[in-house]
Design a protein around this ligand. Sequence first.
Ligand SMILES: [Zn+2]
Ligand SMILES: [Zn+2]
Ligand SMILES: [Zn+2]
Ligand SMILES: [Zn+2]
Length: 351
Amino acid sequence: MGRIPYLLCLILTFSTPFAANRLWTTVEGKTQLGELFEVEGDEVGIRIEEREYRFLINRFIPSDRQFIRDWSRILRCHRCSERLGNSPIKEAGPYKFHEQCFTCLVCNEGFQGGEKLKRDEWGGLVHSNHFHKAKVCDSCSKIISPRMLSTKQILKDGRINCLSCASDGVYDVKRMEEVRRRVWPTLSSLGISLPKGNVNIRVVAKQVIDKQALKINARGNLRGLTLTSYKIVSDGKFTRTTFDHDIFILHGMPHIECSSVLAHEYAHIWLNERFIEDIPAVVEGFCNLVSEATLFKEKGKLASIILENMKQSDNPVYGAGYRRMKQRLSVLGWPALLAEMKRKSKPPTLQ
Ligand SMILES: [Zn+2]
Ligand SMILES: [Zn+2]
Ligand SMILES: [Zn+2]
Ligand SMILES: [Zn+2]
C-alpha cells in the first residue's frame, strides 16, 4: 500500500473514532486495514476497501480480540453500527436500531409499528408487500437494498450476492483448489477414499450447469453437477475400469457453500466409481450427508443457514432424501453406512 492511502486512513481514524479503519493482525502475522462493523457469535464483520468480509474472531491476535470485545460491549445500531446512546431505540427480534435507521430496505420509509414486516436471518427488514422488489443474496438469503446494489454483486448469470458473499466468492480454478484442499480432510475422516479416475473441476455459470444437467436428466436449483464416464478394458484375462469425472461448480459461491457443494459432488464420484445405484432420494440424500459433514466443521453463520435450509427443504429428493439418510446414519454410523451403500453396487459386465 502506498503513502497516500495510509495518510487518508489516519485522517479517517481521527475524524470518526467509532467507524474507523484500524490495523488487524492475524495469529499468523498477516496485517490488514479494515473497519469493524458487526460482531455475530464467533464471527466478526470487517469492511476492507468497500468489501465486507467475515472472519472467525479467533483468527486475530489477543489485542484485536480485546478490541472486538470492547466494541461489542457498546450497544450499537444494527444498520449503521454506531452507538445507540440515549436516542429512541427501535427493536426487531434480537436487533436494535436508531429510529432513523429503522427503515424498509426497499422503500426507505421508516417503520411506524404495526405494519407487516419481513426479516432475513441477518436483521434486514422490509415491508412484507415490498419484499418482491427486494434483492436477496443467492447464497445467504440476506436482503439487499436495491439502492445499495453495485455491479460487482451481480454475477454474469444474473444471480445476486450480498457484499460479504461476493467478497468471499470462488470464481476461478485457483480458489477452487483451496476449497478442494479444505474438504478432503473431512471426506477422508468419513471413510470416503480419493477418486481413482481423473477429476476435472470447472467453475461455471448457471446456464452451463443447467445445460450439462440435461445429459443426465437432472433438474432443479443445481449448484453443482458431476458427469462420470468409464471405460472397461479387457485383454481376455484381466479386466480394468477407468474413470473420467467432470465436476461443474457454480461460480461465485462463498467458500463455505462452495466446500459443501464440492463435497456433495465428490460423494457422487465415490458412488459412481463403485457403480452404486439406488433411487435419487437415497443417492442425493447420501451426498447431502457428506455435504453436511463439511458444514459441521465450519463455525460461521452462513454454514448454519445452509444447514438449516437443507433440514427444512421440502424437495422430495434433496430434502426428504437427506432426512431419510440422516436417520440411517444415526442408526449405522459412517463405516456401516458406507458398507451398506457398497452393497448396492451393480458393476456393468462385458458382453
Ligand atoms: Zn443507526
Ligand atoms: Zn417498504
Ligand atoms: Zn450473502
Ligand atoms: Zn447430487
